[in-house]
Write a protein that binds this ligand. Structure first.
Ligand SMILES: Cc1cc2nc3c(=O)[nH]c(=O)nc-3n(C[C@H](O)[C@H](O)[C@H](O)COP(=O)(O)OP(=O)(O)OC[C@H]3O[C@@H](n4cnc5c(N)ncnc54)[C@H](O)[C@@H]3O)c2cc1C
Length: 368
């Protein structure tokens, strides 16, 4: 029987392991953490469930929804985000809602700018794209400082890769205030979130936890664990950053991370009904977002977990939407031997979500 080593047991590792196992492969999943699921695993803080960065299921694809919902029943969300404009001490819903334009001191100017917008935003970088999409005043208020802060950029023009394809939200919300009205926008009903799904996907695979891979001999399809043990297989499916796999041969890839600070606050709910995120675009505070996890998890407690997110380079979470970095990642991928598959958010260096990974797993199953 052919053997595969899967590096990492996040959603990508689990989906690809499942695909291979279904096709009769012998699959070894190697995970350095003490549990499967990567960033989508539900842990608890003082009994309050959370994932590392909120991970709701957001998708236009029924086949991805059905696959997940069958194992982990999902609850529909009517998710609203707030955005705090400190100069006028006002919370707006985000994306900005057309009914709120009058709350802005520049309301007349904003209306004119909205009328003057091109039908399709085609800007070559984040700054141009958003200015075209929402007009310069809304861009300046809601996006300009926020984006620079979130990605630690001097200028938003530096973000010059795939903005239009990555932006999923409406420019302006109309009607009801929750976002993604035409998509699946869900979260698992179970208090342990997606965790049972990982067990389901990995059934029949050998899973080794607490096993950090420190060396890669990709030509010979060998991975080496921290204790020196070598594992050879017919193929390797890697869900980690390709620069690590190839020893930084073409230079290190840039990522953005987040420091997360956990606070349990007294109160059944801290944010207003259906408000899940609060964004802080003002440059004076380092905070980009507050998240009230109970809104997702429905955890029962007289208290509520709120997590403060602050941009950081200490961990690698988000690939940069910068053409030169994407080109560098592609160079790594193009130079990998045919028996190495670099997949997932890090492995492809693409801003892909849970649903994209499910569909990529289906495709992989067909190919194998
Ligand atoms: C903060 C954040 C929030 C997000 N929110 C959403 C959302 O709301 N909705 C949505 O659809 N998508 C969201 N996404 C995207 C989606 O969650 C990710 O694309 C997906 O979870 C990535 O899964 P993955 O398996 O590729 O990576 P990961 O989950 O990062 O898994 C990689 C695994 O590899 C392991 N590993 C790393 N190095 C080694 C090594 N040397 N040896 C062994 N194991 C190793 C890690 O421990 C980890 O378990 C979010 C992403 C981030 C970063």
């Amino acid at each position: 029987m052919k053997t595969a080593t899967v590096i990492g047991s996040g959603i990508s590792g689990c989906m690809y392991a499942w695909a291979l196992q279904q096709k009769g492969w012998n699959v070894n999943v190697i995970e350095r953490a003490s549990a499967t699921g990567g960033g989508c695993r539900t842990f608890t803080f003082a009994g309050h469930p959370y994932t590392w960065g909120p991970r709701h299921f957001l998708s236009p694809y029924p086949e991805a929804y059905e696959f997940l919902n069958k194992i982990v029943p999902l609850r529909d969300l009517k998710k609203i985000n707030y955005n705090y404009q400190d100069d006028i001490d006002t919370f707006f819903t985000y994306p900005p809602h057309e009914d709120d334009i009058d709350k802005l001191p520049e309301a007349d100017q904003v209306r004119q700018e909205l009328r003057d917008r091109p039908d399709v935003a085609e800007g070559a970088n984040y700054e141009e794209f958003y200015t075209q999409r929402m007009g310069p005043t809304i861009y300046r208020r809601f996006n300009e400082s926020f984006n620079k802060k979130a990605w630690m950029l001097e200028s938003n023009a530096e973000m010059d890769f795939g903005i239009a394809a990555t932006v999923k939200r409406n420019a302006l919300e109309t009607g009801e205030r929750h976002e993604f009205k035409d998509w699946y926008n869900c979260y698992p009903l179970a208090s342990d979130g997606y965790n049972k799904w990982f067990d389901y996907l990995l059934e029949g695979c050998e899973v080794r936890l607490n096993s950090n891979i420190t060396n890669f001999d990709i030509e010979n399809s060998i991975v080496v664990l921290e204790d020196g043990e070598k594992i050879k297989s017919d193929i390797i499916v890697s869900t980690i950053s390709p620069d690590i796999l190839m020893d930084n041969a073409f230079g290190e890839l840039r990522y953005m991370g987040r420091d997360c600070h956990f606070m349990v606050l007294p109160g059944e709910r801290i944010f207003p009904e259906n408000v899940y995120f609060i964004y802080y675009p003002n440059p004076e505070t380092k905070i980009t977002r507050l998240v009230e996890y109970k809104q997702f998890t429905q955890h029962e407690s007289p208290n509520s977990l709120v997590v403060i997110e602050i941009p950081s380079k200490k961990n690698k979470l988000y690939p940069m939407l910068i053409q030169s970095e994407v080109d560098k990642a592609q160079k790594y991928i193009d130079n990998m031997p045919d028996h190495i598959f670099s997949v997932g958010r890090m492995g492809t260096y693409r801003y892909i979500d849970i649903d994209d990974i499910i569909l990529a797993g289906f495709e992989f199953k067909k190919q194998m």
